[in-house]
Design a protein around this ligand. Structure first.
Ligand SMILES: Cc1ncc(COP(=O)(O)O)c(C=O)c1O
Length: 362
């Protein structure tokens, strides 16, 4: 039978848009109340140096499966609170992955219509999840000026003009995005470690996560060094655009939120680094993480000699279950990244101090 989505809205009884983890009870008040309070896990086997204290914030434990649940909720609830949208509004966003799923979840919960603009590179699984949550999928088939991002943004503009009451949260310019991490992610980490964090490693795309965390740490006067992890071929922090296969990491143009943003350090990882990190986390720690998380972990492994005696926290944005046909598929790695299964395993197992590890990572 065809599923209908006529659930009444609960937004009339909305609490003010504050921390994602408003409830302290054992029982969450609805699915959105289960966003946040993700586990912070010490990894003892990923690095070779036992003296580096490595903890990871597992954002895959959010109900929508990623860190993007937090800004999705914040953007929509803030817009509801401020009267920018109401029950007659239609939310329009361009996303092929985590933000689309996060928004589909929040919109469904609040009884709002959601149009997600995707391109042919969107993973079928992500599109299926969005559909299951009631999103209407709007697929662009042709690039504009050789670029699908431009094509998607043009379609967003078309929908904003055509649909009455249409609203674009625009995660790449919306300050509610970093705010959700300021109020949630980093406060959870800071409280768990009593502010004793030497390094925070964060993958970047909109820079919402890194900005929100950095701003909170600065506001509290913490000494933490915030390391932004970007992709080779991304232009977020300069350089020229190149081919990238790992979704969610880096950007082909500098988004509004990322302009004039400075972090204590910027590191770049290749697609293959991301794959190696994911495979090593699975093999050594039995933790299945997504591509950007693998890149963050490899950034730390590369620097571990300088991190001895330090407490390092890595935010891991999503789960490896969304990458089974890419990062965790040997054939995909061979075809896209020109790396054989044997070579990949050599890199995964390689001790950090070996000469070829140093060479590979120059
Ligand atoms: C898997 C993954 N990692 C990292 C990021 C980067 O987060 P932010 O956009 O907050 O910079 C994203 C964002 O889409 C993501 O989906």
């Amino acid at each position: 039978m065809l599923q209908t989505y006529e659930t009444p809205s609960v937004s009339a009884s909305l609490p003010p848009p504050t921390d994602a983890c408003a409830s302290t009870d054992a029982c969450a008040e609805g699915i959105l109340d289960a966003i946040g309070k993700t586990p912070l896990i010490r990894l003892r086997h990923y690095l070779d140096h036992p003296q580096v204290d490595l903890l990871v914030k597992l954002e895959a434990a959010n109900p929508g499966g990623s860190a993007k649940d937090r800004p999705a909720r914040q953007m929509i609830e803030q817009a509801l609170q401020r009267g920018r949208i109401d029950q007659s509004s239609t939310i329009v966003e361009s996303s092929s992955g985590n933000m689309g799923i996060g928004l589909a979840q929040v919109c469904r919960y609040h009884g709002l219509r959601f149009h997600c603009v995707v391109d042919p590179n969107a993973q079928a699984q992500n599109v299926a999840i969005m559909r299951a949550l009631g999103a209407e999928i709007d697929r662009v088939d042709q690039p504009v000026n050789g670029d699908f991002l431009t094509a998607r943004l043009q379609r967003v503009q078309h929908l904003l003009d055509a649909l009455p009451g249409a609203y674009w949260p625009n995660q790449y310019a919306n300050k509610a995005n970093p705010r959700s991490h300021f109020l949630g992610t980093i406060q959870e980490i800071d409280a768990a470690l009593d502010g004793q964090i030497d390094y925070l490693f964060v993958a970047t795309s909109s820079t919402g996560t890194a900005r929100g965390c950095r701003d909170y740490l600065r506001r509290r006067g913490r000494h933490t060094r915030v390391v932004a992890v970007d992709a080779v071929g991304s232009v977020l922090f300069g350089g020229t655009a190149g081919r990238r296969f790992i979704p969610g990491l880096g950007a082909g143009r500098v988004p509004h939120l990322a302009r004039n943003q400075h972090f204590d350090q910027v590191c770049r990882v290749s697609d293959l680094d991301c794959v190696v990190g994911c495979r090593r986390a699975a093999q050594r720690e039995a933790v299945l993480v997504g591509g950007s998380a693998g890149g963050v972990l490899e950034t730390i492994r590369r620097q571990q000699d300088e991190l001895v005696g330090k407490t390092c926290v890595a935010i891991l944005h999503d789960s490896g279950t969304r990458y089974l046909e890419t990062v965790f598929d040997d054939q995909w790695v061979q075809q896209r990244l020109d790396c054989s299964a044997a070579e990949l395993q050599r890199r995964v197992a390689e001790p950090t101090g070996s000469p070829s590890f140093a060479e590979d990572n120059q």
